[in-house]
Design a protein around this ligand. Structure first.
Ligand SMILES: *[C@@H]1O[C@H](CO)[C@@H](O)[C@H](O)[C@H]1NC(C)=O
Ligand SMILES: *[C@@H]1O[C@H](CO)[C@@H](O)[C@H](O)[C@H]1NC(C)=O
Ligand SMILES: *[C@@H]1O[C@H](CO)[C@@H](O)[C@H](O)[C@H]1NC(C)=O
Ligand SMILES: *[C@@H]1O[C@H](CO)[C@@H](O)[C@H](O)[C@H]1NC(C)=O
Ligand SMILES: *[C@@H]1O[C@H](CO)[C@@H](O)[C@H](O)[C@H]1NC(C)=O
Ligand SMILES: *[C@@H]1O[C@H](CO)[C@@H](O)[C@H](O)[C@H]1NC(C)=O
Length: 271
């Protein structure tokens, strides 16, 4: 081993030692683990208090499941398909270097918190296939680097915030199969210039959501036709029924009168 090798090794070791745990990353993980109330597959067994104190001990890697580090800071949190229960922690915003947050395919409930707005480096937000409810926070538009927003298969309600149309870096957007309502913001549904466009599959499965690129008023048109059809049909039917009823009534009265006539003629002595 030459002098240079020893020197380089020493520097590397010093650098490694010098990586200090970041107190905001620690707060982020501590509170996230508290907000996840159930971990049936026990995959987060290594998420312990002592581990949170230095989550990026490997400089670029972490031995914490689902955590990826860069320059000693957490830059990716990926915990998908782990049957996790609980809610999103407002302290996720303490992971200030976070670029990708993927908690898809779990059983998370509660709202998407506006606190995510302080994740100014966030590029990927995938919270799809959970049971998140409440509105999509318009503050997400402050995460200017977002290029993936995937919120499909949740229970989100309210309107799609107009502000999301400002996210010019978006290349994937999916809010299908929620409970969203109102118009699709025109600048999001029909993006201009060279911006990637989103088709109907990004928006379908929301009963009261309308506007381009969803097919125009298909259901409403059908139901109006159906209502007119039912109206006309039932009108005609009731006409037929009343006509028949009147006919029968006339018949019966006629027969009754005839019978009465008969009775009267029987009662009346013949002259
Ligand atoms: C975590 O974030 C909150 C507000 O977003 C802030 O008040 C708090 O100081 C942060 N904690 C750390 C340890 O950075
Ligand atoms: C937990 O940490 C131990 C060692 O610290 C490691 O062997 C194991 O693979 C880790 N488990 C997970 C799920 O990362
Ligand atoms: C999710 O996990 C289950 C088992 O825990 C597995 O059967 C399934 O294939 C996984 N789904 C995906 C999309 O990875
Ligand atoms: C979000 O996660 C789901 C499931 O883990 C995956 O199928 C989907 O492709 C992801 N979305 C994007 C835009 O990458
Ligand atoms: C989409 O936008 C273009 C102009 O950018 C406009 O000409 C077109 O009519 C719009 N389409 C819809 C369905 O709104
Ligand atoms: C809609 O867009 C998605 C991805 O953005 C693509 O996979 C799909 O093929 C598109 N569907 C149509 C009908 O163009």
């Amino acid at each position: 081993m030459g002098v240079w090798d020893v020197l380089i090794l020493t520097i590397l070791l010093l650098l490694r030692k010098g990586v200090m745990a970041d107190p905001s990353d620690e707060a982020c993980l501590t509170h996230l683990s508290e907000s996840l109330i159930q971990d049936p597959t026990n995959l987060l067994q290594n998420w312990t208090k002592s581990a949170f104190a230095n989550p990026c001990s490997g400089f670029t890697s972490s031995y914490l499941q689902g955590v990826t580090c860069n320059n000693g800071r957490i830059y990716k949190l990926s915990l998908t398909n782990l049957s996790l229960r609980g809610s999103l922690s407002p302290y996720l915003s303490n992971c200030t270097n976070l670029q990708a947050l993927d908690l898809s395919s779990n059983h998370l409930t509660g709202p998407i918190l506006p606190d995510l707005q302080s994740l100014v480096n966030l590029a990927v937000l995938n919270l799809s296939s959970n049971q998140l409810n409440g509105q999509i926070p318009p503050q997400l538009a402050l995460c200017a680097y977002l290029n993936v927003i995937d919120l499909h298969d949740n229970e989100l309600s309210g309107q799609i915030p107009q502000q999301l149309a400002n996210l010019v870096r978006l290349s994937a957007f999916d809010v299908s199969n929620n409970r969203l309502s109102g118009p699709i913001p025109a600048l999001l549904g029909n993006r201009s210039g060279n911006l990637p466009r989103f088709n109907a599959s990004s928006f379908e499965g929301n009963k009261d959501l309308y506007g381009y690129p969803l097919p125009p008023m298909k259901n409403r048109g059908l139901s109006i036709l159906a209502i007119v059809g039912i109206g006309l049909g039932s009108g005609f039917l009731s006409l037929v029924i009343s006509f028949t009823a009147v006919c029968i009534w006339l018949r019966v009265t006629e027969q009754k009168m005839a019978a009465e006539d008969g009775k009267i003629s029987q009662l009346m002595p013949d002259y």
